[in-house]
Write a protein that binds this ligand. Structure first.
Ligand SMILES: [Zn+2]
Length: 297
């Protein structure tokens, strides 16, 4: 009797995938679970988030959003500073001039040395540094820093980020050896990770294998998802459209599922601001609306 019941249940479960209309997305996330994870570490939540642009890339918009017109567009290169009462956390670390020149591929693009120095100062004074992903414009500010010995022990990389940097770095300048890898704090997690009071990491491979998004809730209750390079322009989120950039290799089903989720957030979670790393129009708008501060402290 009991065995028959179990068999029936198993048969039903087995039939479920066949009944489903659409296959499960490659990736999914739940904002309420993320909120819960961000509340796991006790302590006062952050007060504000600052953004700083230290360089620009000039690429027509069709690279950022597939099918968009080939209009000139500015990609900001940025780092973020999450400010607590008693210290700061840096999200991404900028890059030096040499790595910047790698991205230009012979074309001169703007680099702002004064701002790059402010990023360096902010990294040195931060309590912790975390990276949205392992591309040069996000990690070189630590990996190639003259202050590497000081920064590495407070830099948190994921196992996957370290793996990519060791075996398939975006450019030779950011390749690390196993010995260098040991100097970072290396973490591994399944879906979400409680990083600091009011901060949670969201695993989001796709743009790179080690990509993650960073959820922040402020003391005021205002929420952010620092989405890194899941999209380069908010039009990609608004229209759920990926990039068309032949020089990067993305896992498209993952990026597509992440864009779908971010799009849903922007429509249904009015308290959450999705922040991209490279959207210059969005950066200016967020500063104007005082959603982000425009200098490092
Ligand atoms: Zn980037």
């Amino acid at each position: 009797m009991k065995r028959g019941f179990l068999l029936a249940v198993l048969l039903c479960l087995g039939a479920l995938p066949a009944l489903a209309q659409t296959p499960a997305p490659a990736w999914s996330a739940d904002i309420n679970e993320i909120r819960h994870v961000a509340a796991m570490i006790p302590g006062a939540r952050p007060l504000r988030i600052n953004v700083l642009k230290f360089a620009e890339s000039r690429r027509t918009k069709n690279f950022s959003v597939k099918g968009a017109p080939k209009d000139p567009s500015i990609q900001a290169r940025t780092a973020f500073q999450v400010v607590y009462r008693d210290g700061t956390v840096m999200v991404d670390s900028g890059m030096d001039l040499q790595v910047h020149k790698f991205f230009g591929r012979g074309v001169e693009e703007p680099y702002f040395p004064e701002q790059a120095q402010q990023v360096e100062r902010a990294l040195r004074s931060a309590k912790a540094i975390v990276m949205t992903h392992e591309h040069g414009d996000h990690v070189a500010g630590v990996i190639r820093s003259p202050f590497f010995a000081e920064l590495a022990p407070k830099t948190v990389l994921t196992r996957t980020q370290v793996q990519t940097l060791m075996t398939e770095p975006q450019m030779p300048e950011i390749k690390i050896t196993p010995d260098v890898a040991k100097r970072f704090i290396v973490i591994d997690y399944d879906k979400y990770y409680p990083f600091a009071p009011g901060m949670a990491l969201i695993k989001a491979p796709g743009h790179t294998p080690g990509s993650q998004m960073i959820y922040v809730v402020l003391d005021s209750g205002k929420e952010y998802v620092l989405a890194g390079d899941v999209a380069w322009h908010m039009d990609g989120v608004r229209t759920v459209t990926g990039k068309d950039a032949p020089w990067i290799t993305e896992d498209e089903p993952y990026v597509g599922a992440e864009l779908t989720w971010l799009n849903m957030l922007t429509r249904t979670e009015k308290n959450v601001t999705v922040v991209l790393s490279h959207d210059e129009e969005q950066r200016l708008d967020n500063i104007k609306q005082k959603i982000l501060g425009d200098r490092f402290e």
